[in-house]
Every structure is written in structure tokens, then in C-alpha cells.
Design a protein around this ligand. Sequence first.
Ligand code: ATP
Ligand code: MG
Length: 212
Amino acid sequence: MAQDKVTKESVQKEAERNKRHKVRMERKKKIIDSAIEKSDKSKGLMLVLTGNGKGKSSSAFGMVARSLGHGMKVGVCQFIKSRTDTGEEAFFSSHEKMDWHVLGDGFTWNTQDRTQDIETSENGWKVAQSMLQDPSYDLVVLDELTYLLNYNYLDQDSVLDDIQNRPFDQHVVVTGRGADEYLVDLADTVSEIADVKHAYRAGFKAQSGIDL
Ligand code: ATP
Ligand code: MG
């Protein structure tokens, strides 16, 4: 009998909890719907993905996949990196709406040659510039651009001008650690990925599919 009473009480409690949850969710839906209704503007966005954690370039490639899925034309400029055996390149580069450029010479501590780094960066930027001036590109990814700016391999003002003066509807994604304030100011969306833990520090080498 006692157990019956407890069960009835708990059933009633559960029903009340469900009712309260429904009221809360109705209220939340109203707020979200009204926010969505207000956010009806559209333009080419600038995104910056920065921070020391893993996930900046792979997030950019996620947006590449989304864009190609919508039939959009995408340009990717990979600065710094010189390897052309990555999974992303193997997967995306042959897509008919994809224009993929590996424009790096390797990391600056590998090249150890500032003059060469500057020349490589300037030549790479010409490729980026041509995309940023071409309205047929719906999305342009400037992968690892922050390093070229932070080492002063490229002139910050002219890079910002080129990004700012791109076609109105063109999205641009900049990745790399240490994004400076001026990039953040110019961007519409900025994510800083924190380095909580990385397998590398436990002795695991870069894994195909995860890191490259
Ligand atoms: P990903 O391309 O995996 O999204 P990322 O763009 O955020 O990484 P980068 O600084 O470009 O990071 O480094 C690329 C490579 O370095 C990847 O193999 C990645 O796993 C590795 N890496 C990224 N962050 C760290 C970290 N905090 N410690 C060690 N290795 C890292
Ligand atoms: Mg990266």
C-alpha cells in the first residue's frame, strides 16, 4: 500500500515536472523564434578560427563540404603547409567546383630563410587576391594566414583591404593561431579553440583522417 502511494506521488511529481518543462520550452521557443525572425540579414561573412587547440583547419574544411554540397564554388589557399598528401586535398581538390592551392614552403623553422618565406607568401597572396576579386567564388578559405601576418611576411593593411573589398556575397574563412585584434575586429564570427588536451603530447603521431 505504502509503495502504491509513493508511486502515485512520484507519477504526479513527474507529470508536474513535464508540465513545467513544456511551459519553459514554449517560452524559450518564443525567444528563439523572435531572434531568428530578427536575424534575417544576408551577406558574405568573414570568419576567424584561432586559438591553440586542434580543430581550426578541419572546421574550415567542414564549411567547404557544406558549401560544395550547396553547389557553391570554393577556393582554398593553404599557406605554410607544403604537403600535398592530406586527406582533405585528396577528397576535395578534384571536385569540379573546387580550386585548391597549396602555397606554402613548410613552417618557418624548417625553411629558416626569411627572404624565401616572404617571396613564397607574396606569391601565395597573389592567388588569394585573385579569388578575393572574383565574385564567382562563394567561399574562400585562407588556411594558416595568421602566421604570414604575425611574421610580417605580408603587409597587414593590404591583406585587410583585399579581404574587406571582396565581393559582397563572398564568405571568407581565416585560420591560424594568434589572430591579431585587427582580424578579429574585421570578422563577423570568431572562434577561439582552446587546447585542453592533445594526443601528440601523449606521444601519438599525426593520424590519417584525424590530423591530415
Ligand atoms: P586541424 O587541421 O586538425 O583542424 P588546426 O588547424 O587546429 O588542426 P594547426 O595549428 O593548423 O591546427 O596544426 C595542424 C596539425 O597540428 C594537426 O595535425 C593537428 O592535429 C596538430 N595540432 C593542432 N593543435 C595542436 C596542439 N595543441 N598540440 C599538438 N598538435 C596540434
Ligand atoms: Mg590548421
